[in-house]
Design a protein around this ligand. Structure first.
Ligand SMILES: CC(C)(COP(=O)(O)OP(=O)(O)OC[C@H]1O[C@@H](n2cnc3c(N)ncnc32)[C@H](O)[C@@H]1OP(=O)(O)O)[C@@H](O)C(=O)NCCC(=O)NCCS
Length: 302
């Protein structure tokens, strides 16, 4: 049943991206040849074994294909200093010239496919593709490191949405927590004092990975609020970094203390606060967000 669906999808998608046509992208090259050329463009002086491993290609087949490229003046080989049997491969300028229109055509083709969809559907499609890659064990492409930036229009909606969805999924909290988050961010925007308050958004390749806020409680006391990191980005030090940024900024602008409110079962967050020097100063049982919980206040003297 599932196998039929997979085969149906494969038939649809191979046609969709033009794999069934004679020359790939109306070029003189087959799909495999184009994939090998792609690897040669995007790797620095690879050896044949590296390409054969990356593309899961039979070594003999690849060797024949490379010999054909060499004969046509598309690639050059340079002997490896350490292993006489290996040689470093690179594209010649002729090879680059042959590949450039293919790269441009593939970009155009992908752009055309996406342009028929709304922005929301484009995101759904790309997310679904990432899901397929992840489930089938694709090695992730190297990603740009994350950056921290201050808030922009649209970010508060993300903060409310992700707090509502993640705390419901991870702790079963009800929608009153999402409502509280919406109140906090609304007040932050309405009363924003850029000299003494800040929101940090962690972002990678345009996708938001996490957030934290530092708001003014009084002239002397700042409050750290709404620390969150997307589950897919946890354990990489982003949570710690966000808390460190808050502490550094609070010191710099002259607060004497940072206070925060958390719950006894938010273990990773408590661990980060304790490591940053915060001390637990108050515990109080409370019924909120649909649960009996132990609320906690933690303070850091600056
Ligand atoms: C808390 C949170 C922001 C941490 O984000 P993160 O990017 O994974 O954090 P980091 O990678 O910087 O550090 C996580 C630390 O917690 C530790 N940790 C993770 N799970 C833990 C657990 N169950 N118990 C104790 N420590 C834990 C990790 O070992 C790591 O500590 P280390 O650096 O000393 O090894 C993230 O887990 C989250 O969004 N949780 C849900 C929301 C939340 O609890 N927010 C706090 C509101 S007060």
């Amino acid at each position: 049943m599932h196998a039929d669906s997979v085969r149906g999808f494969n038939r649809f998608y191979t046609k969709q991206i033009g794999l069934l046509r004679k020359g790939y992208l109306d070029s003189p090259f087959s799909l495999t040849e184009v994939r090998v050329l792609y690897e040669l463009v995007h790797r620095e002086h690879p050896i044949a074994a590296e390409i054969s491993k990356a593309l899961d290609l039979d070594a003999g087949y690849l060797s024949r294909l490379l010999a054909k490229f060499e004969k046509r003046g598309l690639i050059a080989r340079k002997a490896s200093g350490t292993d006489a049997r290996q040689s470093y491969l690179s594209l010649t300028s002729r090879g680059r010239q042959a590949f450039a229109p293919l790269e441009a055509k593939t970009n155009k083709q992908a752009g055309e496919m996406l342009s028929k969809l709304s922005i929301a559907d484009q995101k759904r499609l790309v997310d679904a593709m990432h899901t397929i890659e992840k489930l089938l064990g694709a090695q992730p492409e190297p990603k740009a490191p994350y950056v921290l930036r201050s808030h922009r229009p649209g970010d508060m909606g993300w903060v409310v949405h992700r707090h509502g969805a993640l705390y419901a999924a991870e702790y079963g909290w009800d929608a009153s927590f999402e409502a509280l988050t919406a109140e906090i961010v609304a007040k932050f925007i309405q009363n924003f004092d850029p000299k003494r308050e800040r929101c940090w958004i962690a972002e990678q390749d345009g996708a938001i990975l996490g957030c934290v806020f530092l708001v003014k409680k009084s002239d002397r006391i700042a409050k750290l609020r709404l620390l969150l990191v997307e589950p897919s980005a946890r354990g990489l030090g982003i949570g710690k970094r966000l808390v460190d940024e808050c502490v550094g900024f609070a010191r710099q602008v002259g607060y004497q203390k940072i206070t925060l409110w958390t719950q006894s079962n938010l273990y990773a967050a408590r661990h980060i606060y304790a490591n940053a020097g915060f001390r637990l100063v108050k515990q109080e049982p409370a019924k909120q967000f649909g649960y009996e919980m132990m609320t906690e206040t933690w303070d850091l003297k600056l």
